[in-house]
Design a binder for this molecule. Sequence first.
Ligand code: FMN
Length: 400
Amino acid sequence: MREQTILTREWVANKQSFLDWESQPTSFKQYPHFSFRVPLREHPSLKWLAQTRCITDEQTVAQKPYRRLNVPSAGNLHPIEIYVQIRNVTGLLSGIYHLDVLHEELVLIREIAGEGIEPYVGMDKRFSGVIVMISLVPFRSSWKYALRAWRYLYLDLGHQIHALGASVRHFGLSLTKMSVNERLNTILGMGEDEVIGAVYGVGEMNERSVKALNPPLMRVQPTDYTETIDSLTGAVKTTAVYNKIPETLFYEDFDSINRLRRSAREFYPNGMSDTVIQELMSIPSSPSLESLFFVFQAHSMQSGLYRNGECAVRGNFNSEILHLLLDQRFISGSNMVVLIFAEIFCADSHIEAGIYAQELYRTCEYHNSGCSGIGAFYDKEASRWSDKPLIYAVAIGGKV
Ligand SMILES: Cc1cc2nc3c(=O)[nH]c(=O)nc-3n(C[C@H](O)[C@H](O)[C@H](O)COP(=O)(O)O)c2cc1C
């Protein structure tokens, strides 16, 4: 998908900048009004789930609600939904539910007993606890970004997987790896416009056998309307479900970091300390990635390009990096930009870049610094810095 999704100066210059926000597809999937609903706040044992994906800011823009979540998303379009199978959790009917983020509720899609989705995720016994399934809704993002959305879907998914891992860890639980078989999408009632992108367990397998859930769940459209780009749908449908367990750092103030995280729109360079810059450079990422750190301004650190914590090339590359990142002006005030390159251009490396960037966001928030994921860049111009493909960038700096 690399060639079909690159940005060039010509493409950006010719692109119509006018977007009719009235035609934006809905960002929150809604199950029918007759479905049984469970408010999440009534179940403290599921606090980790409520914190995995939640609205953390709501404003009115052009007379419409503008909601932002604990996870960032390219264009704030949020092409993600979450489903859970719950079994043997006190106070809850065992069943398959949709996480309704807008209303902070679980919506029961099907009650279960001796059958379940376990056989579709590699288990022949019942799983006590919760199986979390994260789906992608390509049109929410392709509506604005066309084929470039392919990249943002997987970067956004990485952010969401990290948020799940961090939340689970904070509440003293852990993720279990699942191996998904290709019938899962069908059994969950996914149509052409939605696909499962990642699956994890939170709980443990018990001794009781389980039958494969059948027939498929009801099908509900994830958006109010859809326009399909065949090559995007095809690429997303044929991508394997991600199941690697993300590494996450532990922060005591998980709740406030999760609630307050925002993307910086402006920076105050004096507000960032060199120690934080160095700490950010030492955050581990997947071996599928290589990060280059461009320090533009710091108190006593040399400006330049850093690799493995060392200044490899001295100089101030602020204006070059700014051009590379589509001249997005606010980036010029940042202290540092991280360019994330991939060994292989594929969905997994984008997911892993999203996971890594989510940790950068959290560490910045912990240190009261600003951070923003940057998915818009002129791909070919990045070859000056690496022979690998650039897949994501993160701008970091003092908070205003
Ligand atoms: C994959 C991805 C790409 C993004 N690309 C850009 C970008 O190019 N420029 C920018 O200013 N913000 C970018 N953002 C930040 C989003 O605009 C931001 O997450 C969104 O508006 C929601 O705001 P919030 O992060 O404060 O909740 C990106 C975020 C993600 C996850």
